[in-house]
Design a protein around this ligand. Structure first.
Ligand code: HEC
Length: 238
């Protein structure tokens, strides 16, 4: 019984190899496949010629004047292209993130940079306040203390932006959090244009100072207006 099976098995193995294997010739035909592989299909190969089009090329040329997504057009190196030289709303890059510079990414080389790349004016701060109140307050709260309305509805992970950690965080990293989100905070890059993100950071820094002010922040001539505290105020960091 077992012997009979072995003989039949051997014979059929030889038969299968005789029909399908060792054919002795090379073939450009697709191999026999029960389920055809997607890798073998009609397609235009990159940079390969193709008789279908009149010019004999497979890939088509881009329409004249096409600019790739995310590509920043080279600008002449003139003073008006300096970010600080013009108002934030007339800035040549007043748009969503393009390019890889600090203004667009918050990064200087491989590290988070710090400092506001726009001139801090009253206009910028007011814009920042308006944008912060529209896009951040419902979660982070009016003074960024992490007590926005969404907390009551169960968004428990909202953090206070008054924390030491966020006060010490570089502007570039905060810019990146606004742009790309962080953990449970979603990205706001698609909603907030680049100069508005910097305006929000400028305003957030003011909020942080407002909640952590020390007596040294009050100009000398205004100190007399403060009520004398019964005991010296607790020393707080900047
Ligand atoms: C829908 C709610 C929501 C909104 C709106 C929101 N955030 Fe957040 N944010 C969060 C949550 C939640 C976290 C905590 C993320 C975590 O670590 O899980 C957070 C964290 C942060 C952090 C700390 C990131 C870190 O590194 O730990 C910063 C900075 C921040 N938000 C800034 C902003 C700014 C600026 C805005 C407005 C443009 C904003 N957020 C809008 C929910 C929100």
């Amino acid at each position: 019984m077992l012997r009979g099976f072995l003989v039949i098995f051997l014979l059929s193995t030889i038969a299968v190899i005789a029909v399908f294997g060792f054919r002795g010739q090379k073939s450009t035909q697709p191999p026999t496949e029960v389920f055809p592989d997607m890798v073998r299909q009609m397609k235009v190969r990159a940079q390969a010629p193709l008789g279908f089009f009149a010019d004999g090329r497979g890939p088509r040329l881009p329409v004249a004047g096409t600019v790739p997504i995310g590509y920043e057009m080279p600008k002449p190196d003139t003073p008006e292209n300096e970010p600080a030289a013009v108002g934030p709303w007339s800035h040549p890059n007043a748009s969503f993130s393009v390019g890889t510079d600090y203004y667009n990414t918050g990064k200087m080389g491989d590290h988070w940079g710090t400092g506001l790349p726009l001139e801090v004016t009253r206009e910028l701060m007011e814009r920042g306040q308006q944008r912060f109140n529209i896009t951040c307050v419902m979660c982070h709260g009016a003074v960024a203390a992490g007590d926005g309305i969404t907390k009551k509805y169960g968004l428990a992970t909202v953090v206070s932006l008054q924390d030491e950690r966020i006060r010490k965080m570089s502007d570039g990293e905060i810019f990146n959090t606004i742009t790309n989100g962080k953990n449970t905070m979603m990205a706001y890059g698609p909603n907030i244009i680049v100069p508005d993100r910097w305006a929000i950071i400028a305003y957030l820094r003011a909020l942080q100072r407002s909640q952590n002010a020390a007596i040294a922040d009050v100009p000398d001539e205004n100190r007399s207006e403060l009520e004398k505290p019964a005991s010296p105020p607790p020393a707080k960091g900047k």
